[in-house]
Design a protein around this ligand. Structure first.
Ligand code: ZN
Length: 774
């Protein structure tokens, strides 16, 4: 089934619908039908619940095929609310951006705690504080007569409540060394003020908290133009810690050919497409079908950018030109053919007689404001690190491969802001930025994301139209494009894997070939060009998942891409525990064990996805987040799915908690980068009976074990301890006679147990005899 996006209305009445299938084969069947599935799979009493983006016609057609299509999770009224909320927020920001801000100091004081530690407390309100990019910095002296700044400098946290800006402050009082007398507060919006600092309270009290940590830098859904501008300004503000990496392949751009359609009945319908993009003159073209009176021949005339088709008529003045004849006449006129191409509707032969039509302007139908460029988009990566010379382990964080996943770029923005703005004060941030080379790409699919925000909110793919004339009419415009996360070269649809498609209007269309799209090639260029990148996180929405390779299988026999080895899988589970605890810290969201694991185990097959590309081609650990875990309603005692575009209040919370998760990933990456500790292992006997002894190995940390049973020296070519099966523990090994086991282990960072050299001649591997009773 090809998605039908041509029904009524601008957004075509499309909604996010709940479907219940009996088992996983039902999901595979929906995938094969080209149904636009959300990244969400939930076991329910009578099967598995999945969510699909469907027009009313598509819902009906699936019901006709026997699918249990249930109610809507979200529809167009939710989109309308989101759009107006965002517009109000953007207007307010534009008004604020015009002038230097005024700073009003609410409090400035120091105090002493029980153990005589000094603390500073400052609260300042900026007239531009409603703008989340407003950042206030405080510098203070170290006593009477000393210079401002001699006591220290720190960034204030922006405090909001119920969506309203309150003021800037330290989230916790800041520990200081000497009692200050004066402080200067400066704003990145130009404001500055110096005030006295007084002593607060006479009696000491217990200190709370530790270092101040600033967060919360996003206050509305952002389009790719805004996000990219934010990254550019961050690089300018922090030149010692960050720089922009321009990716080499520009996107096709937020632009389309201009089109017009004449007729409503397929056999008599003609549509035209401009040669030039709408923004490059296509929108200035017009065409008319004129009945000039009885016995007229079919002629085509061009004046400037106006194409006039005088249709043929009979003796009584009735039109006799068919759609096919009009198409041939227009395309056969040299002047008209310079401006546009005429086509028949959806492959129809066009034998129906056309109807006359007045002057009709061609349009590209694009509604974004002029501030969104129609040119090819320059994708930009923000590279953050104290040492950006390739000497540090690289981590690639990237967001919004799928356009409609509006929360995801906010996760990347919030992560970048936290790293840069906490560097000066927060020791943990300093360690991360000092020891890693972090690459953040906030929007992988900028053209599609602009289209999702301004034209069709359920857009998933990019905007490039590969359709032939038979499916390139304007009614199909919301169905064009390539699914970036199906365009990669490992386990792809072209290799026969499930979950990608070849229909140019299908929602998981994999493109004309692997890596055909500049957006996908940019990702590959980055990891090829910076081989120090060892870990990556691909952030999607929704459902609340934490996943890793393999991410694709062939339907026949469910032939999965090779599973990761035992040591790596153990590392993934250990890391999950750490990273997901960080997510949970924010508001208590627990990512469920059932939504943690390899993509193919917990979601479905996604042929040609980017995490598989990074892992199988380069050995880069490729993780995926699906932000937006189901929200628990204590009244109904039910979990509710949040959808792609929840109200901003919920989207904000998702951005905050998964930015926590990104920081957790960086902490895991730093532990990996600085790990010098060798793993320790032991043989563990798990069963013994006459004629056979079964054993396995235990490890002190995630590590791979290479072993021999024939007395030979173990090397990297020796058998490797494997996993017993999907989501099971390590394998057991059975020997039938008394055997000497020789082995060593190596952790994820490459540390070999006892400093053994598997490629050398040393004998410092582990040895143990496993006895078998007669
Ligand atoms: Zn996605």
């Amino acid at each position: 089934m090809t998605p039908d996006r041509s029904s009524t209305g601008e957004q075509n009445g499309v909604g996010l619908m709940r479907i219940v299938v009996a088992d996983k084969s039902g999901i595979d069947r929906l995938n094969e039908l080209g149904v636009d599935l959300a990244e969400y799979v939930k076991p329910v009493d009578n099967g598995i619940e999945v969510h699909a983006i469907l027009s009313p016609e598509e819902s009906q057609s699936l019901r006709d095929m026997g699918f249990d299509v249930q109610d809507a999770i979200s529809d167009q009224s939710d989109y309308t609310e989101n759009v107006s909320e965002r517009a109000a927020s953007v207007r307010a920001l534009q008004a604020l951006a015009a002038s230097t801000d005024n700073l009003t100091v609410l409090r400035s004081e120091w105090f002493t705690s029980l153990d005589n530690q000094l603390f500073l407390n400052v609260e300042v309100k900026s007239s531009a504080g409603a703008d989340s990019t407003t950042v206030l910095t405080v510098s203070w002296d170290s006593g009477a007569g000393t210079a401002i700044g001699s006591g220290g400098t720190s960034t204030l946290s922006r405090f909001t409540d119920a969506g309203q800006y309150m003021y800037h402050r330290f989230s916790n009082p800041l520990a200081i060394d000497a009692a200050p007398t004066k402080a200067t507060i400066t704003s990145n919006k130009g404001g500055s003020v110096t005030v006295d600092v007084s002593k607060w309270l006479g009696s000491p009290r217990k200190a709370t908290g530790d270092h101040p940590y600033v967060s919360d830098f996003v206050d509305h859904y952002m389009d790719p133009t805004e996000v990219t501008a934010r990254f550019t300004s961050l690089a300018a503000e922090f030149p010692k810690l960050a720089q922009i990496v321009d990716l080499p392949y520009k996107t096709n751009g937020y632009r389309r050919q201009a089109q017009a359609q004449f007729g409503t009945v397929a056999a008599s319908t003609v549509y035209v497409s401009s040669k030039a993009y709408g923004s490059e003159g296509g929108n200035d073209i017009s065409m008319s079908l004129v009945n000039a009176g009885a016995n007229a021949p079919l002629t085509v005339g061009v004046s400037g950018k106006a194409v006039t088709v005088n249709v043929a008529t009979n003796g009584s003045g009735a039109v006799t030109s068919t759609a096919a004849q009009v198409v041939a006449a227009v395309n056969g006129n040299a002047d008209a053919a310079k401006l546009l191409t005429a086509s028949l509707y959806r492959g129809n032969a066009g034998t129906g007689v056309v109807a006359a039509a007045g002057v009709t302007k061609l349009t590209d139908n694009l509604k974004a404001p002029a501030s969104v460029s129609r040119d090819p988009f320059q994708m930009k990566v923000l590279r953050i690190g104290k040492h950006r010379d390739g000497s540090k382990v690289g981590v690639f964080l990237y967001c919004q491969e799928h356009a409609r996943e509006w929360v995801t770029p906010l996760v990347c923005v919030e992560s970048a802001e936290r790293l840069l703005r906490n560097y000066a004060q927060d020791p943990n941030t300093r360690k991360i930025v000092d020891d890693l080379d972090i690459f953040i790409l906030p929007v992988v699919n900028p053209d599609g994301a602009h289209y999702s925000m301004y034209d069709y909110n359920m857009q998933r793919k990019n905007m490039t139209n590969y359709c032939p004339a038979s499916s390139a009419d304007p009614g199909n415009r919301n169905a064009w494009g390539v699914d970036i996360n199906r365009n990669f070269s490992v386990g792809s649809a072209f290799d026969g894997y499930n979950g990608g498609g070849t229909s140019c209007t299908g929602e998981t269309y994999s493109g004309p070939s692997e890596l055909s799209e500049p957006e996908a090639r940019n990702e590959v260029w980055l990891v090829d060009n910076f081989p120090n990148i060892k870990l990556s996180m691909n952030t999607h929405s929704y459902g609340g998942y934490f996943m890793w390779p393999p991410g694709a299988y062939k339907t026949a026999g469910r032939e999965v891409l090779p599973r990761v080895d035992q040591g790596t899988e153990a590392f993934f589970w250990t890391s999950s525990d750490y990273i997901l605890s960080r997510v949970q810290e924010y508001r208590g969201t627990a990512i469920w064990p059932g939504r943690t694991g390899p993509v193919t185990d917990v979601l479905y097959s996604a042929a040609g996805n980017s995490a598989d590309e990074h892992w199988y081609n380069r050995g880069i650990i490729g993780w995926d987040f699906e932000v937006g875990a189901d929200v628990y309603n204590p009244t109904t005692k039910r979990f509710t799915a949040v959808g792609f575009q929840p109200s901003f209040a919920e989207g904000h919370e998702e951005a905050m908690e998964f930015a926590n998760g990104n920081i957790g990933i960086l902490e895991v990456a730093r532990a990996y980068a600085t790990d010098k500790i060798q793993p320790k292992t032991a043989v563990k006997i798990v069963g013994q009976e006459p004629g056979g002894t079964t054993f396995t190995f235990t490890t002190s940390e995630p590590a791979n074990v290479y072993y021999t049973l024939d007395g030979s020296r173990p090397t990297f070519d020796s058998p490797k301890l494997a996993l017993a099966g999907m989501r099971e523990g390590v394998q057991n090994i059975t020997v039938n006679s008394t055997t000497t086991v020789n082995w060593f282990s190596v952790d994820i960072a490459g540390n070999v147990e006892s400093n053994y050299k598997p490629d050398g001649n040393g004998k410092n591997y582990n040895k143990q005899t496993v006895t078998v009773q007669k």
